[in-house]
Design a binder for this molecule. Structure first.
Ligand code: BJW
Length: 246
């Protein structure tokens, strides 16, 4: 059930910002970040694998973890939640979609402008100079060497302790500080600086809507909490918005 007061606020909204996390892709069959270790990978800690230290210690292990996740993502399709959000730019005077996800499923659903805070699993870059390497072979085993300098290639994602892409973080911060409605969807709200964006929004008196089946540190601060899986809630919310149009 979508609160009518939320629909009223959305009808008047000037700038809607959505921040998504791994939970939005859960119903596409992509395991969330903290659940990303099943089967052979169950004995590893994702918080330790997603670090430059882990890659330096055992590049093949980390490379293969990403190869496995890349394959899972390759077998998955956007769900009703991604699809609903792909239509939101047409609904509001201004709309910004920010994601922490590296799976590219928002783009696959048709979202054109996506602010990717943590990179993308589908790209690789040189672990030395950092330049993108568009032509590389999707092989398991040891990471391939950079064709330019011979250093190892690595996934183009942001690991713990690394800085986020400056342009993406700036766009996200500016949008959060400008919006009047901020959605936090399918994220644990534990990983910074993404988890801090909502503070910029609250500082500007935006309303905050959380969609998540579980409580997070954000739940007590949210104006509306829609407790449940994102795909169904976003489809229902979007259907209500469409009724208002008619
Ligand atoms: C559903 C659902 C359904 C399930 N529907 N929902 C300030 C305070 C404390 C620490 C720090 C701080 N500032 C910086 C730090 C350090 C660190 C950090 O935040 N650490 C925390 C663990 C405390 N941050 C960094 O290091 C960042 N860099 C940085 O700040 O640089 C400057 C600096 C460096 C050093 C020191 C200080 C400053 C970089 C962060 C990079 C994060 N990268 C990762 C890996 C990306 C590649 C990969 O995927 O492998 O990004 S970590 C991981 O967490 C991944 C995710 O994008 C991110 C967030 O995870 P998310 O989306 O919340 O997923 P889950 O699995 O945790 O949660 C899923 C949620 O979905 C749950 O809530 C479920 O309930 C829900 N759900 N089904 C809706 N159907």
């Amino acid at each position: 059930m979508i609160p009518p007061a939320l629909l009223d606020r959305l009808r008047q909204a000037r700038h809607v910002v959505v921040l998504t996390g791994a939970g939005i892709s859960a119903e596409s069959g992509v395991p969330t970040f903290r659940e990303a270790l099943t089967g052979l990978w169950a004995r590893y800690d994702p918080l330790e694998l997603a670090t430059p230290e882990a890659f330096a210690r055992d590049p093949e292990l980390v490379w293969n973890w990403y190869a496995w996740r890349r394959e899972l993502v390759g077998q998955s399709r956007p769900n009703a939640g991604h699809e609903a959000l792909a239509g939101w730019p047409a609904r509001f005077p201004r709309f910004t979609l920010i994601t922490q996800n590296v799976d590219g499923l928002h783009q696959a659903a048709g979202s054109r402008e996506v602010v990717e805070l943590h990179g993308n699993l589908g790209r690789v870059r040189c672990s030395g100079a950092g330049h993108p390497v568009p032509d590389w072979q999707r092989l398991d085993g040891a990471p391939p060497a950079c064709p330019r300098c011979g250093r190892l290639l690595r996934p183009d994602v942001v690991w713990f302790g690394e800085t986020l892409p400056a342009a993406a973080l700036q766009s996200a911060s500016e949008a959060a500080a400008d919006c009047d409605v901020f959605f936090s969807i399918g994220t644990s709200s534990l990983v910074y600086p993404a988890a801090g964006l909502v503070e910029d929004a609250l500082g500007r008196r935006a309303i905050v809507v959380e969609i998540n089946p579980a409580e997070t540190p954000l739940t007590v601060h949210a104006t509306f909490v829609l407790a449940g899986p994102a795909a169904g809630i976003l489809a229902e919310l979007t259907a209500h918005l469409a009724e208002q149009d008619g």
